[in-house]
Design a protein around this ligand. Structure first.
Ligand code: UD1
Ligand code: CA
Length: 482
């Protein structure tokens, strides 16, 4: 069955969300790489609405900036005073005018709601020819929610808020999710007739159901299969619970698509991450932003990737990579930190205690141990010895270093940028290379060693070192005599 396209989706998000106890408005708190509000907007977009409207009020400037940056397709309507959900919808319709067709109303704090559930609500609304269809759920503990009041035949009569309910009504476990499909024209008329004569002195959108029913229109309900989907996030405990549910959902989709996830409880992933089949994700891994993991790559344990690509068959262990591009069959870590602009070519290695920034490494090159490479270009088949530092910063400016194909940089080399190590060139271990090394040359830039004989015996007399030296020298003398 094709889902009828709604004329508009109105997302209510003007409230403060005081229980978050936060400087950040509730709906802008992050969950799996997206603000709570943006999860709702993504689900709404899936329905292809003609208009997407967000009601904002609290933290107006931040909300406006966020919408402008992330949802230019959404229209913000300002509700200056939060006088209830009915008032919020009335404010929208007064500003944009009556909307004909189906109007879906929902909240900005229900990030687990699946597009499929909204589609089912719309189908039911359409098929039954209702004036309003409310999405409900049977919950173990309905405390705080509006209750769905039905007659003996099961027809929906009205919604009663917890604060206005009597004991019998409070015992009802079917709650109002706060998500509805309305006939837009009937909504525009009914929402004007909602009073604020109730326990909270607010204009309740829920009252629209009884009003439309009183006018002789059809009022229906659609019961959500999974109540977890419609539970909103009100505090940080619920935020953590929602994160667990959504994370699990995302990981299960990846596992069903052929990705091995060793420890789903200890793996955290954003909605925008893509992983190809036969990739293996080890425990303690976090995958953020537009991270892409290609076929057969192994990531983790204890690895955090942000906006990073991991090529097919590559291995990334105990690493933190931020906007890096790791080529196929490359090897990163354990204990590597790849910062933005790092590109590791096919079969290359950024090994243990290696940090790189804005560095492009060619193919089959190795930076195996204890090194820093910043602002550099490293060619193919290069070996960078342990403890090499690309000295890119002179205290004022950053400079570039080039190490060309087949070069061999000795251990503990300081490459003082700007500098170039030519094709097939070497540097001697412990060198401070401030001048270019021509192709095929070796750059030696260190003092010659000088040994001062018996210095320890004279200057460290009486120490264990002096005793050890004395024994060795005596043995040498005996050998000479023999
Ligand atoms: C509302 C419903 C209740 C339902 C519950 C589900 C009403 C009267 N009650 O109660 O039946 O069970 O949601 O969560 O509708 N908002 C505005 N402007 C306002 C008031 C609210 O934009 O003037 C927004 C809030 O930011 C929030 C949403 O609407 O996202 C719900 O408002 P809230 O005050 O939390 O309603 P509840 O009391 O939870
Ligand atoms: Ca609420």
């Amino acid at each position: 069955m094709s889902v009828p396209r709604p004329a508009a989706v109105i997302v209510l998000a003007a409230g403060e969300g005081t229980r978050m106890k936060s400087q950040t408005p509730k709906v802008l708190h992050e969950l799996c790489g997206r603000a709570l509000l943006d999860h709702m907007l993504a689900a709404a977009r899936d329905l292809g609405p003609e208009r997407l409207i967000v009601v904002i009020g609290h933290a107006l400037e931040r909300m406006r900036d966020h919408l402008a940056a992330t949802s230019p397709d959404a229209r913000a309507v300002v509700q200056n005073e939060q006088r209830g959900t009915g008032h919020a919808v009335r404010t929208v319709l007064e500003e944009v005018g009556t909307i004909s067709g189906t109007v879906l109303v929902t909240y900005g704090d229900v990030p687990l709601l699946r597009p499929q559930t909204l589609a089912t609500l719309l189908e039911r609304h359409d098929a039954d020819g209702n004036a309003v269809t409310v999405l409900t759920a049977e919950v173990p503990d309905p405390t705080g929610y509006g209750r769905i009041i039905r007659d003996e035949s099961g027809a929906v009569l009205e919604i009663v808020e917890e604060k206005d309910a009597d004991a019998g009504q409070r015992a009802i476990k079917e709650m109002n999710s706060g998500i509805y499909a309305f006939d837009g024209e009937l909504l525009a008329d009914a929402v004007k007739r909602v009073s604020a004569d109730n326990a909270q002195g607010e204009e309740y959108l829920t009252d629209v159901l009884a009003i439309l029913r009183g006018d002789g229109h059809r009022v229906g309900a659609c019961v959500a299969g999974d109540f977890v989907e419609v539970e909103g996030v009100n505090d940080r405990v619920q935020l953590a619970a929602a994160r667990q549910v959504l994370n699990r959902r995302l990981l299960e989709a990846h596992m069903r698509a052929g990705v091995t996830i060793i420890d789903p409880a200890g793996t955290w992933i954003d909605v925008s991450v893509r992983i190809a089949p036969d990739a293996v994700i080890h425990p303690g891994t976090q995958l953020h932003g537009d991270t892409v993991i290609e076929a057969g790559a192994e990531v983790g344990p204890a690895t955090t990737l942000t906006g990073t690509r991991v090529g097919a068959g590559a291995t990334v262990r105990n690493a933190v990579c931020d906007h890096a591009d790791i080529g196929p069959e490359a090897n990163v870590g354990p204990y590597a930190y790849l910062r933005p602009g790092t590109v590791i070519g096919r079969r290359s290695k950024a090994g243990t205690f290696v940090e790189m920034k804005n560095t492009k490494v060619g193919e089959r090159s190795k930076v195996p141990h204890l090194s820093y490479a910043g602002d550099a270009t490293i060619g193919d088949d290069v070996n960078i010895g342990a403890s090499t530092v690309f000295v890119n910063y002179d205290g004022v400016d950053k400079h570039h270093t080039t190490v060309r194909d087949g070069a061999f940089v000795g251990c503990d080399t300081m490459l003082i940028a700007p500098v170039t190590v030519g094709d097939g060139a070497y540097t001697a271990a412990g060198s401070v290379i401030a001048d270019d090394v021509p192709p095929g040359s070796i750059g030696v830039a260190r003092a010659r060693q000088r040994n001062i004989e018996k210095w320890v015996l004279r200057r460290r007399a009486g120490t264990k070192s002096a005793a050890a030296a004395q024994r060795a020298l005596a043995e040498q003398d005996q050998e000479k005599e023999a």
